[in-house]
Design a protein around this ligand. Structure first.
Ligand code: ASP
Length: 340
């Protein structure tokens, strides 16, 4: 008999494994072993599934960069033993975790699939069972029936996405994620139909697991009427990098106070990465007069990065790359996170 693929199922928490508190009715995480009891179908998948409960289960709103490092280290340690990894994770910050892991795991040649659900797995109408079962099937692929997905992905509601291209856009529907600037990697119906062209090419190098992140990052979202005091508070917060969420294709007010505030921050060494507030499309600094100053003063255009990927990329580069190289690498596509 052919050797069965091996999948490591890692449980971090999230709605998928929650139960309602008997007294308050509030959803809170529960024991992982009960979760597997709820999905006997998993035993029918021709794969060996080992499980790893990752510390105390959390609601992903409590996710922290130190847990991303622990997850990356765990995958690094178990990399040769398993063909694929599934991470059960709350949907709220899943796109951040997927983005961070994509940077921390360089030359990844095996699937790392994050999934979760909008309804707990024990409830009748749960979306968790399908999400979990198909995520495991994708992680267990041997390249014959289904291709081996060599990247960090999010699987949710019949769709497989490149993780660092996703964001959670719906708090109500089962289809909670979108990837507006990158095509789906697969869609599950009767068959799982893969978009092979869209999947990252196999890397030649060996897996490299990074173990540092620098979370000295802030997000500054512009709006008409934003005051100098607010902008100054963020730029002078002590953070080393700011994700600047601008309008349209990377535009902002041309008011002198604003441009001067950015210019002074950049002179002090603060990195400013310009991404758009629009869900779809890209930053093009200099296309409009309202973004022309940015190139001159040293604001970095973040192309079509999501907020989640922008934050993770900054944390990753500031933690691992010499200061002089960060700006250049910010403009480059490192893990399929942006279109250049
Ligand atoms: N609050 C939950 C979490 O992110 C929501 C979910 O799992 O979908 O952990």
């Amino acid at each position: 008999m052919a050797k069965q693929p091996k999948v490591l199922l890692i449980y971090t928490g999230g709605t998928i494994g929650m139960v309602a508190d008997a007294k308050t009715g509030q959803l809170k995480p529960f024991n992982f072993n009960n979760l597997l009891d709820e999905v006997p179908e998993l035993h029918k998948i021709p794969a060996t599934i080992d499980t790893h409960s990752f510390g105390k289960p959390i609601d992903s709103s409590n996710m922290e960069p130190k847990i991303w490092l622990e997850l990356a280290a765990l995958i690094g340690k178990q990399y040769n033993k398993y063909d694929g990894f599934v991470i059960l994770h709350g949907s709220d910050t899943m796109a951040f975790t997927a983005s961070a892991l994509s940077f921390l795991l360089e030359n990844l040649n095996k699937p790392v699939i994050l999934t979760g659900s909008q309804l707990p797995i024990g409830t009748i109408r749960t979306d968790g069972k399908e999400n979990l079962i198909t995520a495991v099937e994708i992680a267990a692929a041997d390249g014959k029936k289904y291709p081996i997905v060599t990247e960090v992905c999010v699987y949710f509601e019949y769709r497989l996405y490149r993780g660092n291209r996703t964001n959670k856009f719906n708090a109500e529907h089962f289809r909670a994620f979108q990837s507006p600037n990158y095509p789906l990697l697969a869609e599950a119906g009767i068959h799982i139909n893969f978009n092979k062209e869209a999947i990252r090419k196999k890397s030649k190098g060996a897996l490299k697991v990074y173990q540092k992140l620098d979370s000295s990052v802030a997000i500054l979202k512009l709006f008409p009427g934003i005051t100098p005091a607010v902008v100054s508070a963020v730029l002078n917060s002590g953070c080393k990098a700011i994700v600047l969420e601008t309008f349209g294709s990377g535009n902002a007010t041309t008011a002198n106070w604003f441009i001067d505030a950015l210019k002074n921050a950049i002179k002090r060494g603060v990195i400013i990465l310009n991404i758009t507030q629009c869900a779809q499309g890209t930053v093009e600094q200099g296309r409009y007069e309202t973004s022309s100053a940015f190139n001159k003063i040293g604001v970095i255009g973040g192309a079509d990065l999501t907020t989640e990927a922008a934050v993770a990329k900054l944390m990753f580069l500031m933690g691992n790359v010499p200061a002089g190289k960060i700006k250049k690498q910010l403009t480059q596509d490192l893990r399929g996170e942006q279109t250049n």
